[in-house]
Design a protein around this ligand. Structure first.
Ligand SMILES: Cc1ncc(COP(=O)(O)O)c(C=O)c1O
Length: 351
């Protein structure tokens, strides 16, 4: 976001005499964009930089993904308010449901916006969890990952789903020049002819601290141990386990409904209200929420599984994630049996 801000300010203001003064005025109109499913880290970055963050709402009708159409509508509104969007986070695999934003649509809309306004919006692809699956060609084709080439930066956390321990967050940036422009500070103490001659990459100019952890070796070990083939097999296995879990859920439609997925080894589901339950839709919703929350607490309390929860369009739901190296089919079967037993208990307790 710092690099994007640098680029935007440079393109808008150049290096002229009034740059500093105009910059302060312009900063008040700059907007960071994300959808309501975007991870909070984008909002946090905007907060740190003292910039305005605006949320484009997405819901179940969009599959919790940001579409080009929604973005276009929002850009029109921003123009009416004389605000200037300069950064958008588009997500491959949102935190709640692992939804994938419409990268093609977003890219088209932003190309048209640039033609219209002569302003470029930096698009950052947040693929923190799901990015690991790009190692599989079938996933690249499915989400049309070739569009990423038109975008500005991409990040995936190898520590989430690529068998590497915390931390290993990999940021790729199309034009690193904006990053070094933003972070570079010349200080006599760091002068040396290797840097001057461009012989080394000075990562102190890519980040906030000067020193940097050495994380490459653990990544190298995983790559050498598993190879591309082994990592692909692991990713496909974990995706298959989530698909299997969803198959099992479908065998008990009297108890469960799938709210989202299976997507990138995640299934989001909830407990349906009791059969034959009468009453207003709102009451049924709140009853279903109460039962699902109780199921989630009981499942975690059992010590046999660990699941997290979310709320989607007012519906409380359980996130069941199979992207774990030690998880096997027998564990999925055991977890499903546990959910059935606890769901029946929860429903009985409410009678
Ligand atoms: C989509 C997405 N983006 C970003 C993050 C944050 O990652 P980090 O732990 O590297 O801050 C998460 C964490 O769960 C995430 O799901």
């Amino acid at each position: 976001m710092v690099a994007a801000r640098e680029k935007f300010l440079h393109e808008r203001l150049g290096d002229g005499e009034w740059r500093e003064e105009n910059m302060e005025r312009l900063k008040g109109r700059m907007v960071v964009l994300g959808s309501s499913a975007t991870h909070s880290s984008t909002k946090k970055a905007a907060k740190i930089l003292g910039l305005r963050f605006e949320t484009i709402p997405v819901d179940g009708v969009d599959g919790y993904a940001l579409s080009g159409v929604k973005l276009k509508t929002y850009l029109v509104r921003l123009r009416e308010r004389e605000l200037e969007p300069f950064f958008l986070t588009a997500t491959m695999g949102t935190t709640d449901t692992c939804a994938v934003d419409d990268f093609e649509g977003i890219s088209e809309v932003l190309k048209a916006y640039t033609q219209d306004t002569n302003r470029d919006v930096w698009v950052h692809v947040d693929a923190a969890h799901a990015g690991a699956a790009l190692i599989c060609p079938e996933v690249r084709g499915k989400i049309r990952a070739n569009v990423f080439e038109d975008l500005h930066s991409f990040d995936t956390n190898m520590n989430k789903w690529m068998l590497i321990n915390l931390d290993a967050s990999c940021l790729f940036i199309k034009d690193r020049n904006w990053l070094t422009c933003a972070f570079s500070v010349n200080q006599a103490v760091y002068d040396n002819h290797h840097s001057e001659g461009g012989l080394v990459t000075d990562y102190r100019e890519w980040q906030i601290p000067l020193s940097r952890r050495f994380r490459a070796l653990k990544i190298w070990f995983v790559m050498r141990t598993y190879g591309v083939k082994g990592i692909r097999e692991y990713i496909r296995k974990t995706i298959g386990l989530a698909e299997w879990f969803e198959e099992l859920l479908k065998t008990r439609e009297d108890l469960f409904e799938t709210v989202a997925g299976p997507s990138f080894a995640l299934v989001v589901f909830r407990l349906v209200g009791k059969v034959g339950q009468e009453g207003a839709a709102e009451d049924k919703l709140s009853e279903g929420n109460k039962l699902t929350r109780s199921l989630c607490d009981k499942a975690n309390g059992s010590g046999k599984v660990w699941v997290t929860s979310t709320v989607l369009d007012g519906r409380y739901a359980i996130r069941f994630m199979t992207a774990v190296s030690t998880t096997e089919k027998k564990h999925i079967d055991m977890a499903f049996e546990l959910f059935v037993k606890l769901a029946e208990e929860v429903q009985r307790a409410e009678v």
